[in-house]
Design a protein around this ligand. Structure first.
Ligand SMILES: [Zn+2]
Length: 144
């Protein structure tokens, strides 16, 4: 089943994220987090099918998840110049699988869970989000 969720949209509408979709292959969709929600460079990967977590993945989702995440991580490291990419997934608000990918640098204020708090407590400006999204998109080979 395909749906129109964007990590189960309630107030995010159906507009494409800043910089457009980095990936939208019918199984997975990834884009920059809305600037009001997270620091610049944050990427969210969502299953197109309404599935809660890896325990419910079908064979195709299971086979493609690692390569898709790996490609996003590489594009973020290259495009954003971050040393690590944190991965955060709770499905707390909606039972729809999505992963937050959060750039971390040696210059970041904190590491570990405190960095996750920093990212969501320091949302990006529209310009910052657009600039970071363009750099990830370029690393993904997505036309501007
Ligand atoms: Zn959903």
């Amino acid at each position: 089943m395909t749906n129109n969720c964007w990590f189960c949209t309630d107030d995010r509408g159906t507009d494409a994220p800043p910089g457009g979709w980095f990936l939208d292959d019918g199984t997975w969709r990834a884009g920059a987090a809305p600037p009001s929600m997270a620091a610049a460079g944050t990427v969210i990967l969502e299953a197109r099918r309404h599935v809660v977590d890896q325990g419910g993945f079908d064979e195709h989702e299971a086979a493609t998840f690692v390569p898709v995440v790996g490609g996003l991580l590489a594009a973020m490291r290259t495009g954003l110049g971050c040393e690590r990419v944190y991965q955060w997934s709770t499905m707390a608000a909606f039972e729809h699988f999505h992963v937050w990918l959060l750039p971390w640098r040696t210059s970041s204020l904190h590491e570990g869970p405190a960095h996750l708090v920093d990212v969501v407590h320091h949302p990006a400006s529209d310009a910052e989000a657009a600039e970071a999204a363009a750099r990830v998109a370029a690393s993904m080979g997505v036309p501007a």
